[in-house]
Design a protein around this ligand. Structure first.
Ligand SMILES: *Cc1c(COP(=O)(O)O)cnc(C)c1O
Length: 373
């Protein structure tokens, strides 16, 4: 079945009790046992599972072409569950350019806990190969990366990982399965912050780990989800499931607008560099053109001529774009990234990150035109 159809129907048949086409929100924390002590519907306690979470997990697994999924309260909780499923003393390889919260999790929680981490430029396969150790258990990929839109060859990294007996995990938040299917590139696990494109309306937080196979490693993640308790709440699951229904169509609009803005900005005299994998001049273009299907995403970043001061001045002048962090909603956002990432940031001071929304392209370009004057 095609993605547009799965997005609307997977995991959410009409409610068997009432015929409701849109699923009810099941707020009950507990479920009735039968006289023999069994749980006839399979549900017992909300932390273990919940009908809204089951629907969402089935839908997201179907969209990525995976076998199983575990929904969490945030993308960060989903990320943490994967590192928690490793053991102290294990080694993992992670990208230097990635969602800053992932680096913070590793540095502030998992390295003190005993995980060994080597940060590399994930676009340089030689560096990744060199970083392999006998205890390497996992390679973390995020592509396109945040905030420099670096493109990593998932299939090649997965091959390096598998040769070393390690797993390859892909954070697919920015591309979504509409544009990139990591399991087809041989990744073992996919992670999303569903706070972004899946939810799609900047009104719900969540995360998910999707497994290509219900492996022992995924069973550990399930255990961490259920025992650790960082689960997604029923209403949050309901909102993400609702958002997902329009995901394939929203992604077309995000890609269409972002491509035109990338082209516009790359011609603009006030801009030094545009980072967008759909531009022929982007170093990651050849891999992105193979690996990404139907578009290059809705995210881009620009380096403004004149440094931090000018970058702030541009962000100060926009009227339709909103100055805010996060991404993947219907509204366009602009953000000075270095100042939110904290003192350890390697992000250039003149960099603005743009989440391109679904407003009319002419209005967005007019807004950027006046802001860059
Ligand atoms: C936002 C984001 C995360 C973290 O997700 P939260 O839902 O904010 O915890 C992880 N990875 C990427 C690529 C993100 O954009």
């Amino acid at each position: 079945m095609n993605l547009e159809t799965l997005a609307i129907h997977a995991g959410r048949p009409p409610d068997s009790a009432t015929g409701a086409v849109t699923p009810p929100i099941f707020l009950s924390t507990t479920f009735e046992r039968d006289i023999d002590g069994s749980y006839p519907q399979g549900y017992h306690y909300i932390r273990d599972n919940n009908p809204n979470r089951t629907m969402l997990e089935r839908c997201l697994a179907a969209l990525e072409g995976g076998e199983a999924a575990a929904a969490f309260a945030s993308g960060s909780a989903a990320t943490a569950s994967i590192f928690q499923a490793l053991a102290p003393g294990d080694h993992t390889i992670a990208p230097q350019d990635a969602y800053s919260g992932t680096g913070t999790l590793l540095r502030s929680m998992f390295i003190p806990w005993g995980l060994q981490v080597t940060f590399v430029d994930m676009t340089d396969l030689e560096q990744v190969q060199q970083a392999i150790q006998p205890n390497t258990k996992l390679i973390w990929v995020e592509t396109p990366s945040n905030p420099l839109l670096k493109v990593t060859d998932i299939q090649k990294i997965a091959a390096i990982a598998h040769h070393a007996g390690a797993l390859c995990v892909c954070d697919n938040t920015w591309a979504t399965p509409v544009l990139q299917q990591p399991f087809q590139q041989k990744a073992d696990l996919v992670v999303h912050s569903t706070t972004k494109y899946f939810g799609g309306h900047s009104d719900v937080m969540g995360g998910v780990v999707i497994a290509q196979q219900p492996s022992n490693f995924f069973q550990r993640i399930r255990q961490i989800q259920v025992s650790g308790g960082a689960i997604a709440a029923p209403f949050d699951c309901w909102l993400v499931l609702r958002g997902v229904q329009t995901l394939p169509y929203r992604m077309r609009g995000h890609c269409h607008n972002a491509m035109q803005i990338a082209e516009f900005l790359s011609q603009h005299s006030a801009i030094d560099t545009v980072h967008y994998p759909g531009l022929l001049t982007h170093p990651g273009y050849p891999i992105a053109a193979q690996q990404m299907i139907g578009g290059f995403g809705g995210m881009l970043s620009v380096q403004v001529k004149g440094g931090r001061t000018n970058a702030f001045a541009v962000a100060a002048k926009v009227k339709i774009f909103t100055r805010a962090t996060s991404l993947g909603g219907v509204e366009s956002l602009i953000e000075h990234r270095a100042s939110i990432e904290g003192a350890a940031t390697k992000t250039p001071e003149n960099l603005l990150r743009l989440s391109i929304g679904l407003e009319h392209i002419d209005d967005l370009i007019a807004d950027l035109t006046q802001a860059l004057e």
